[in-house]
Structures are given as C-alpha cells and as structure tokens.
Design a protein around this ligand. Structure first.
Ligand code: ACO
Length: 428
C-alpha cells in the first residue's frame, strides 16, 4: 500500500506522507501543506481531521467497535468497575490488586471538599442547571490548590487527577442538594465510589441511606460506558483549552460546558423530555417519527444519530439490556420505556433513518434508567460528566507528553469585507 499521497496544485505536485495507526487507520499528514503550497485544509466540524495520535480509545464506527486501551467495551461492562476503568484509561494498563487498592483509597480520601467551598453553591440560584454549577465549581476548585496546578509537574498532575475524580461526585451531589434545599452530606469512606455518590445525592442527615445494589451496579455500568469516546466534542475541548498549558481544573470545566449541549451529552436529558412529551400529548411513535422526518425543530429524534457510529452504537446495546434488567429487578413499570422501544423500532425500519444511517446512540436509553432510580432529568448530564471525567483526564495527560504537542489554533478562510477605509461617525 502507498505510504505517500500526492496533491496537484497550480501545476505543482506535492508529496505528503501517510500515517498509519495500530488498527490500520490511515491519514494524510498535511503538516507541510501550507509551507509548501500556501494552502490550508478546510474541514468544518473536523469530520475528516485527525487532531492527534492517541493510544487511549479505538472506535470503528462502521463495525460498532469500541475499546478502551484495547479492551472491548462489552468485556469491561461485564467484568470491570468504573474506578478500575478510570485507572485503565488514565495510566494505560489494568491495575494490580495493590495498585488498585492504593488508587481507590486515595480517591476515597479526597472526596471531601474544603468547608468554605460549600458557600459557593449557596451563592448560585436554586434553579441553576447542575451542569452550569458543576462547570463553575470545577473551575473554582483550582482556587483552592494554587500550589499544585502546574501541568508539567508529574506530582502536581497526580494530586490534581486524584482530587478531581474524588471531588467530582461531591460537587455534582451538592449541585443537586442545593437545587432541592437539602443539607449537603459528607462523603463516608466506608462506601464505594458510586455508593458515596448515591449517599450524597439521596441521603439526608435524618436517616442512613442504603444504596440498592441493583442501582449501584447500574450507575457503575453507565459510568463505564461513558468513560471515554476518543476525540468527541467535549474531549477535544479539554484538549484545546488544555493546550494553552492551563491547569487541569480549568480544562475540565470547559469540557463540562461542551458536554452540556443537547447535540452532545445534554441529549440524555432531552431524550427523557421528548419521551415525556410524547406520552403527555398522547402522540403515537409513528406520528413523532413523521414530525422528526419533516424537520420540525421541536421534534428532532434526540438520542438518534452519531458522527462516528453509522451502523450501531455498541454502548446503546448494553444500556438497552441493562435498562430492561434494572426496571425488572426494581419492579418499576414505565410507559417511557415502551415509547422508547416503539420509537426505536419505528425509526429503524423507516427509510429516512435507514438512508442516513441514523441509529439510537448511548443517550437513547440511559435516561430511562436514571429516571427509574429517582434521578431528576437535570442530573442526567452531570452523571455523563462523572463518567467522562477519566477520559478527559487521560486525553489531557496524553496531550502533555505527545512529542507533536502544540497549542491548538485552527485557521480559517476569511469571507468578510475587503480593506475598507475608516469613516468618522459624523460622516456616516
Ligand atoms: N433526527 C432526525 N434527523 C437527524 C437526526 C435525528 N436525531 N440526526 C441526524 N439527522 C439527519 C440530519 O438532519 C441530516 O439530514 P440531511 O442529510 O437530510 O440534512 C443527516 O441526518 C445527517 O446529520 P448531521 O447532523 O449532518 O450529522 P452529524 O454527524 O453532524 O450530527 C448528531 C450528529 C449531532 C449526533 C446528530 O445526529 C443529532 O443531532 N442527533 C440528536 C442529538 C443526540 O442524540 N446527540 C447525542 C449524540 S451522542 C453523544 O454525544 C453522547
């Protein structure tokens, strides 16, 4: 196979090297393009642009393959835990029993936030969206640790990474507690990571909260499935912001904002709202699909479509099964799941969706599980952020050790006015 590509421009032929990844994905290395031709590449939405080499996650969108550090998502979902997956993504290998114990213990012992920081939540309106609160709070965490923010110092990185994973569950829980006017719960070190999250979310000082193991397992699974997805919008945001050498907290805060958008992580909240409105309006799945096809802006089939998956989203298959299992084990019956299944079946055989290769994505069924365990829709996307955190961190760390590391700075094709003389205000 060729190892170079040729571009013919203005009668001149330029040879550009090809780069091959470990799964035989190929790219044209255009780094010399502008120097040699004066031209730049044009790729809105970066749909054809490889921004870096990465050894973290492999996706084959046509075959529906997703692997973290080489391990299939299906196997991790069945056999691993979220904290172990976090370790795998961040450090590149599965931990030994001793390594895992040290990691888990360090995370557990960093979950408490500075007592003064609690007042931060009180300063925000009660109806603030928890994603806005989480992003602001994670950014503000940097103000408490000015002596360990250097992204070039391995010890600073280690401390910040552990602090962030640990405190993120506390921050997300406090965002929720503030919104419903309940007291903040301290983390308890004898609970698991997810157990602590559920305790801080749903517990009160009045009685001990015992997390249902079915619920704990389901949340752990959802966090695993969301843990990384290579160069998605929020991860690319973390990389871009992080490329300025800003501290980890600031880069992750930016990633949380990117994730909030309904085209990305915010879709999980929108899916449940869509299912609820279909239910409330007594609409049939067929009617809604017809409206979505007609391009009705209020009726986009949220939870469908993906930039990379054009066959099926492997995470969706696992979540759909978990959804049925959890609801059955909890003895919960919900009309929303029936509507979701009907919508999925309807869309999968509809020419519009088949032609465009639109399939249900990770967010299509996750909200049904979150709802069934009593989570309000505004907390769905913060759950996604908790899951995606180790992925963001792994990419931020990988970027800093990449020999090709550069500040991110795309170019543009200018289409504005030509050189214009300034006209004083009196003469306009
Ligand atoms: N419902 C109806 N039509 C859709 C949908 C949908 N959910 N998704 C895409 N289409 C249509 C588009 O209108 C377009 O049609 P056209 O060719 O006739 O103009 C075609 O399918 C291609 O869609 P694009 O928007 O160009 O695809 P892109 O890769 O840019 O967008 C995205 C992907 C943003 C995920 C899109 O499918 C979408 O908006 N889905 C709904 C939101 C959603 O579920 N987001 C979560 C994604 S997963 C995640 O981030 C965790």
């Amino acid at each position: 196979m060729a190892d170079t590509a040729e571009i013919r421009v203005d009668g001149q032929v330029i040879e550009l090297p090809l780069i091959v990844g470990s799964e035989d994905e190929r790219a044209i290395d255009i780094r010399r393009l502008r120097n040699q031709t004066g031209l730049i590449s044009f790729d809105p939405g970066f749909a054809n642009t490889g921004a870096c080499r990465s050894a973290i996650t492999f996706i084959d969108g046509d075959k529906g393959i997703l692997r973290y550090r080489g391990f299939p998502i299906e196997e991790l979902a069945e056999k691993s835990t979220f904290l172990e997956v976090a370790y795998l993504l961040i450090y590149g290998n599965l931990p030994s029993a001793q390594e895992f114990e040290a990691f888990e213990s360090s995370i557990t012992r960093h979950t408490m936030i500075h007592e003064d920081f609690k007042r931060f939540f009180g300063a925000l309106p009660k109806d603030a969206h928890p994603m806005a609160v989480c992003s602001a709070a994670v950014g503000a965490l940097s103000t408490f640790y000015p002596d360990s923010l250097d992204p070039r110092d391995p010890r600073h990185i280690e401390i910040s990474v552990h602090r962030l994973i640990a405190k993120m569950i506390t921050v997300a829980s406090y965002a929720y507690k503030h919104s419903i006017g309940q007291p903040f719960m301290y983390p308890q070190n004898d609970r698991s990571y997810v157990g602590n999250l559920l305790h801080m979310l749903f517990g009160t000082p009045c009685e001990t909260y015992e997390a249902d193991p079915v619920v704990e397992k389901a949340i752990d699974l959802l966090l695993i499935l969301h843990a990384d997805h290579e160069q998605n919008c929020s991860t690319s945001t973390v990389r871009l912001v992080g490329s300025t050498q800003v501290n980890l907290f600031s880069a992750i805060s930016a990633g949380i904002n990117a994730l909030w958008g309904p085209s990305h992580g915010g879709a999980n909240q929108e899916v449940i709202e869509m299912l609820e409105s279909i239910h409330e309006e007594g609409m049939s799945a067929k009617q809604f699909v017809e409206r979505a096809k007609a391009g009705d802006p209020g009726a986009r089939l949220t939870g469908f479509g993906h930039r990379v998956y054009k066959n099926f989203d492997p995470r969706m298959k696992i979540i759909k099964k978990a959804c049925f299992d959890v609801l059955e084990k909890l003895g919960v019956r919900t009309k929303l799941l029936e509507i979701a299944v009907e919508l999925e079946e309807m869309a999968l055989k509809d020419e519009y969706f088949v032609e465009r290769r639109l399939y249900p994505n990770v967010d299509f069924y996750s909200g049904v599980i979150y709802s069934a365990i009593g989570t309000p829709p505004t907390m769905f996307t913060p759950f996604f952020a908790l899951g995606r955190l180790p992925g963001w961190i792994a990419h931020w760390m990988e970027m800093h050790t990449d020999p090709d590391f550069k500040i991110g700075r795309p170019r543009q094709i200018y289409t504005g006015p030509a050189l214009s003389p300034y006209v004083p205000i009196a003469d306009r």
